[in-house]
Design a protein around this ligand. Sequence first.
Ligand code: PMP
Length: 451
Amino acid sequence: MSNNQHWIQRDLAVVWHPCTQMKDHEWLPLIPLIRGEGPWLFDADGNRYLDAISSWWVNLFGHCHPRIIQALGDQLGLLEHTLLAGATHRPAIELAERLLARAPPGLTRCFYVDNGSAAVEAALKMSFHYWKNQGYPRKDHFVSLQNSYHGETLGALSVGGVGLYRDVYKPLFHPGFSVPVADLYERRDDEPIEHYTDRRFAVLEHLLVEKADQIAAVLVEPLVQCAGGMRMYPPHYLSRLRESCDRHGVHLIADECAVGMGRTGTFFACEQAGITPDILILAKGLTGGYLPLSALLVREFLYQAFYDDYRSHKAFLHSHSYTGNPLACRAALATLDLFDQEPVLENNRQLHKRLTQGLAPLRGHPHVADVRITGTIAAVELAQDGPRKLSYPAEERRGLEVFRYGLQHEAWLRPLGNVVYLMPPYVINAQETDTLCATVCAGIDFATRSG
Ligand code: PMP
């Protein structure tokens, strides 16, 4: 029995994996990983895989980065964890200072949580609770965008729009509103982008005109709807949204869990629209992908609405045991150091160009309906008939074929249905990028060879 087989056998006897139909593992190999180095992951039999999806979009500067390890080691010798209620510590303070210093103007407070979904829950609660504290308890609905994804807990799922994850739990949700986004994939070539964006936005504007008195906040993933298939929309939609939320007295929550930390070409995706949301959520890459941590960057007026005498019962009591964990904050500080000390955004512009070139051969492929790229997120939409955007039935699992092809060619891809995407760690080099793109092109040829 190989080392891999040994671990697979033990795993399948006891572990229930996330986002997985476990029966698939009767024929689909599970990969027992032993170690990581830069953008590479190594399994127990010594095979290596390029981590093309940054381990679910969290890893920014590669695995086992010496400076992040050093920072964690230093912190481990000082203080591993303590509660953040009634106590504080240097990593939490410094991280809040540095995130707010980088954030769009007007964000002045940092509220820590410990993962993306929980941060979304906290943001929804904070927005609703703000309006209640201000004397508007009827503002208890949220607006989200079709095809959006904000996490897997009940509140986060209820504002999500991807049926695959949410439909079964629908009876458990608080009702809300869902409106179309200006998804560029759905735009007809003959309609100018701005016109299309305004037309799509009009539905949201109309909803706010009619129902703002029942709406606490609009929640969006700025620029890229990641779990919804890396669908992209223009910054103009966000500028319209900011203006409209202001006019109608509704909060704007930007969920930058996946798109923040330099992913879309700017440090925060919102910067591209020149807007400041009322709450900006960070998670995933916040710690460089080393430990779970999330943060809500919040405008001062929200904070002030909770600031009162104890007897007023206005405080925001949301809490998790690992809120602001010192190790996680220290990993995040080391990650920010890398942004400060290296030309990360400039390097990412080169990576963007390289990905664009590397995937260019797929433009015009008979089974590719779209190749799109924002920052260092590149996606390829597979289709039975590319030019007509006629998708493959989900049951054919074409993306899974690309995944399997990738594994045999040193690439760890994890397509989202018919969407094959790359979101690599920023430290991937030019030659690795070219090889990865070539593997994606060949994998797509392989997966679409019949029909
Ligand atoms: N929001 C967005 C935009 C996400 O992409 C995700 C995770 N894919 C989440 C929230 C949830 O984050 P977590 O997995 O840390 O709960």
